[in-house]
Design a protein around this ligand. Structure first.
Ligand code: SAH
Ligand code: SF4
Length: 359
């Protein structure tokens, strides 16, 4: 018996081709698309406007699956975290971070990460594989299931309003699948999240930044975390391959001629490593040199067992923020969320693995 084909791995065009290839009319692909991505339906039998023989054929040859929920935690501040498992038992995490009347879902793009950033819990786990298109899209669909956001609500009323590609993995190292997944997530006949409400964060794979942004049309965030190569290489090994200058040049190229393109620079504050006033001034000079339109997102370090770094003091973070702000760069401090539920990326996964080994 041949294995059934997973429909969420297909782009809209690929789905159309698939349906035409089995001898059905093209508009059937559109109906199917709406069932899957507008209504969130996973059961072919319930797709009432498709003929019974067609439904049966789909049932026999295709699947519409969701990642399996292995563990789930909801923090006192309503931050919601899932540990998800795919068919081959590999696992990733997803987080929903609610604001007052909307919120962002943080999705993963790889199992583990090969970049090995020293402060990152995911980076301390080995890289296993890229996620498929369906596995990336499926994460958001799990969140939609949990918050009953089917059929797709209009923009104003949706609770799961934003997506941040900031979970486990380096999205630019899985660009093919990430691009296809983002095309599915933003399609207006389906899930319909606006590209402006999606932010993709990269550790700075400089030669792919412009291409990635052209292909996806989402917002760019860059994990900078240091004002110079000396510090950055100590905490992010990838910096030896793509230096700060290369990243800055790619960012400037991306912004060329389009004033709406703001870049968010994420800056993780590590005590005694990158949090001094001198570091802040060096950072300002760096951005001015490349004339970037940017804002900062200052991230308090989320410690995890076995990590050598410590978070910066509150006062140091505030002063760092003020200095950037005075120089004309907005630099809000990210509010730590879900502190009671191991919210630092990768932590729920490793806790479960330890539990698994115990039993
Ligand atoms: N690989 C991409 C996207 C995923 S990481 C990237 O590195 O940009 C998302 C963000 O979480 C990055 O800015 C990363 O530096 C940050 N991060 C990693 N470990 C962290 C920790 N322990 N505490 C706080 N933020 C962390
Ligand atoms: Fe990978 Fe991003 Fe973690 Fe670095 S910070 S190890 S790039 S997930």
């Amino acid at each position: 018996m041949t294995e059934k084909k997973e429909l969420t791995n297909l782009t809209k065009e690929e789905l159309e081709n698939e349906i035409i290839a089995i001898g059905e009319k093209k508009f059937r692909a559109k109906q199917l698309w709406q069932w899957i991505y507008f209504r969130g339906e996973t059961d072919f039998e319930k797709m009432s406007n498709l003929s019974l023989p067609f439904r049966q054929f789909l049932q026999e040859n295709y699947t519409i699956s969701r990642p399996k929920i292995v563990a789930e935690q909801i923090s006192v501040d309503k931050t919601h975290k899932w540990l998800l498992e795919f068919a081959d038992k590999e696992r990733v995490e997803m987080v929903y971070i609610p604001e007052k009347d909307r919120g962002a879902v943080c999705i993963s793009t790889q199992v583990g990460c090969a970049m090995g950033c020293k402060f990152c819990h995911t980076g301390s786990q080995k890289f296993t594989r890229n996620l498929t298109v369906g596995e990336i899209v499926g994460q958001f669909m799990v969140a939609r299931d949990a918050y009953n956001e089917w059929p797709s609500p209009t923009d104003e009323t949706r609770y799961l309003s934003n997506i941040v590609v900031m979970g486990m993995g380096e999205p630019l190292n899985n660009l093919e699948n990430v691009t296809k997944a983002l095309n599915i997530l933003t399609d207006c006949e389906g899930i319909g999240i606006s590209r402006r409400r999606i932010t993709m964060s990269t550790s700075g794979i400089a030669p792919r930044i412009v291409e990635a942004m052209q292909r996806t049309g989402v917002r760019l965030a860059v994990s900078l975390h240091a004002p110079n190569n000396y510090i950055r290489s100590q905490i992010m090994p990838i910096n030896d391959k793509f230096s700060i200058e290369e990243i800055m040049k790619a960012c400037a190229e991306y912004q060329k001629g389009d004033h709406s393109r703001y870049i968010t620079f994420e800056y993780l504050l590590l005590k005694g490593i990158n949090d001094s006033q001198e570091n802040a001034r060096e950072l300002i000079n760096l951005l001015k040199k490349y004339k970037l339109r940017a804002l900062f997102n200052l991230i308090p370090f989320n410690p995890w067992p076995g990590c050598a770094f410590e978070p910066s003091d509150k006062k140091t973070i505030e002063e760092f923020s003020k200095t950037l702000d005075k120089a004309g760069f907005a630099a809000p401090v990210r509010v730590a969320r879900g502190q009671d539920i191991l919210a630092a990326c990768g932590q729920l996964k490793s806790k479960k693995e330890k539990d698994k080994n115990k039993s």
